[in-house]
Design a protein around this ligand. Sequence first.
Ligand code: SAM
Length: 218
Amino acid sequence: MSSTLGPPANGGQHKIFIVEHLDPELEQWSELEYKTIAEECHASGAQFWLTSVPPSLPLPKSLQDKQAEGFKVEQRGVEEIFAEKKETVCLLDPSATKELGPEDGKQFTVFLFGGILGDDPPRDRTSELRKKGFQGRRLGPVQMTTDTAVRVTRIVVQNGTPLDKIPYVDYPELKIDEHESTQMPFRYVATEKGEPVMPKGMRELIKLDSEKGFGELL
Ligand code: SAM
C-alpha cells in the first residue's frame, strides 16, 4: 500500500482517476475492471488510484503487478486525501444534473467513481460519495460499468470529445451458447463493429456466471 498519496502538486497537468472501492469484497468482475482501468490510464499518461481499500482485503496478484505501472492503492478514502482540495474533484454521478463536458477537463484534475458492481435496477450507491459534497457530473441517462464510466470520462476530458459524439451500445446481448444469451443492463463504448468494449476476460466470466446461474435452476 502506498502512503505517499496527496492532492496533485503539478498544477493539474496530469489527471487522476480514482475509484473509491465501496464493496466489502473485491470480486473477479471488479478485478478485471480495475486491471483494465489501470492499463488504459497508464497508456494515456493518467494515474489510477484505488482508494478505501481495507488492509484486510487481499489485492489479487494481477492488480499487485499493475502497481509498477503507476496504479496506486490507498487505505484512506478520497474525502480524507482531498479534504483541503475538494474543488479539484469531480464525482461522476448518475444523478447529477449537469452532464460532463470537455471544459470540465480544465476545471478538475481528479475524477472520482464509485467502485460498485452495477445492479439492475440501480440502487444509487453512488449516493455514499455524493454525501461527501464533491461536485457531480453525469455521463448521460444510462448506467455504465465502472470501467466504461472511466473510459468515457477520459475520452471527454483528455481527448475533448463531447459525450454525444462517442459511439455507444446499450444493453448488448451476449451469447452464452447456441440456445442461451444474456442481456447486459449497461451502456458500453462501441467498437467500429458495434461490439461493446469490455475488459479482457469479461465475456468468459459472464458466460461462466450465467452457466452457473442456469445450472442452479436445473
Ligand atoms: N448502480 C449504481 C449505483 O448504485 O450508483 C451505479 C454503479 S456504476 C456500475 C459505478 C460507477 O460508475 C458509479 O458510481 C459512477 O461513478 C459511474 N457511472 C456509471 N454510470 C454513470 C452515469 N450514467 N453517469 C455518471 N456516472 C456513472
